[in-house]
Design a binder for this molecule. Structure first.
Ligand code: EPU
Length: 342
């Protein structure tokens, strides 16, 4: 059976993680159809290996070589699959690039995903952490997904409620962790499109551009400009976007912190809790722009850890731990890493 599968051994993952860590996998397969997953499941020598389902590699930190099988999700295709009074439904395969999908929907005259422009990574990885930026999260336009279940060999579908989306969170980080590979995602894009300008920085950017009444494409252009200014391009300097989640704390804790640190940046949540800007906390601890060996904190955004070249996963993890310890000591707040540490 293995002979028919496109298996590669001792495979370098350097080009397949945006941190640019030089790590290898024992075995690697490009998955271009669900059938390949079924075959792997039935192959005794492959199905027993530790498994890593890989998308664009933009949200992982490889702490070393991976002693198992990497399944690189490369399924392709974007199509309109339906329309009703409210929505146009667009299905995209897991291996499509996220930003490529955003551009394609804009070409089709469909708004909804524009605030999520230029987020690195693949369509199939996007629901796992419910990607979000500039006032919008994936869940806002999500309709359904289909996924392969490694336990049963079946393909199942989940609707929005079943995905249990939260802030950078979903069922795939909990009940279904390690058990499923997302095959495709269907989005419900609104036929009566309204701009989402809740994020102050985005509104300011559009004002500067003379677009008080923006189209979806204007918003996409503005988001691309902001991200390009503030976030490092992984093709130039290795990184995985925000390395920590913004911690969510109860109102009373935020009050105590504000009394001591009047400039604390925080955002009220619908349930009365507050999200703290982790970038601000890290910045206050003096980490912005610092470098430890080949790992560092990006000079323009303290929430982003970078590989200055040749950093190991261990170096980046040690840096992350030092930052966590400082933020805990100074503010009593625990920072949780956003990328999956493998
Ligand atoms: N700040 C600082 N110093 C810094 C960085 C930030 O003081 O070095 C303060 C600023 O005052 C700023 C505030 O923190 O007003 C928030 O910063 P920013 O607007 O850059 O957003 P963020 O909270 O740091 C989040 C997401 C980003 C997303 C942006 C825009 C998380 C973990 N990160 O960052 O998502 O692009 O908002 O919506 O929620 C990602 O997940 O990889 C990511 C880049």
């Amino acid at each position: 059976m293995t002979d028919r599968l496109p298996l590669q051994c001792d495979f370098s993952l350097h080009e397949h993680n945006t941190f640019g860590i030089r790590a290898k996998a024992n075995a690697y397969i490009q998955v271009t159809s669900a059938d390949i997953l079924s075959e792997i499941r039935l192959d005794n020598s492959l199905s027993t290996l530790p498994r890593l389902v890989l998308g664009g590699g933009s949200n992982i930190l490889l702490s070393g070589d991976f002693p198992g099988l990497v399944l690189h999700m490369c399924l392709k295709g974007i199509e309109i699959v339906g329309r009703d009074a409210q929505s146009t439904y667009v299905r995209a395969a897991a291996g499509e690039s996220w930003h490529g999908l955003v551009c394609r929907t804009l070409e089709l005259g469909l708004g909804g995903l524009e605030n999520l422009s230029l987020i690195p990574g693949s369509v199939g990885a996007a629901p796992i952490q419910n990607i979000g930026a500039y006032g919008v999260e994936l869940k806002d336009c999500f309709h359904a997904l289909s996924a392969f279940d490694f336990d049963t060999g079946n393909i199942f579908t989940l609707n929005r409620d079943e995905c249990d989306f939260g802030y950078r969170d979903s069922v795939f980080k909990h009940r279904l962790a390690g058990q499923a590979a997302i095959l495709d995602v269907t989005f419900a894009l609104p036929r009566q499109w309204q701009p989402n300008l809740n994020y102050a920085e985005l509104e300011q950017e559009l004002a500067v551009r003379g677009k008080p009444d923006p189209t979806a494409r204007d918003i996409s252009d503005a988001v691309v400009a902001i991200r390009t200014r503030k976030l490092p391009d992984p093709a130039v300097i290795g990184n995985a976007g925000s390395f920590f989640k913004n911690p969510v704390v109860p109102a009373a804790q935020r009050e105590r912190l504000l009394a001591k640190h009047p400039k604390l940046v925080s955002y009220g949540q619908p349930d009365g809790s507050f999200k703290l800007a982790a970038g601000w906390l890290i910045d206050q601890c003096g980490w912005k722009g610092r470098r430890v060996g080949n790992a560092g904190v990006y000079e323009k955004q303290a929430l982003v850890l970078v590989n200055h070249g040749g950093a190991s996963g261990r170096e980046l993890q040690d840096l992350a731990k030092a930052i966590q310890a400082d933020v805990l000591a100074r503010f009593g707040v625990e920072l949780e890493p956003e990328p999956v540490i493998v």
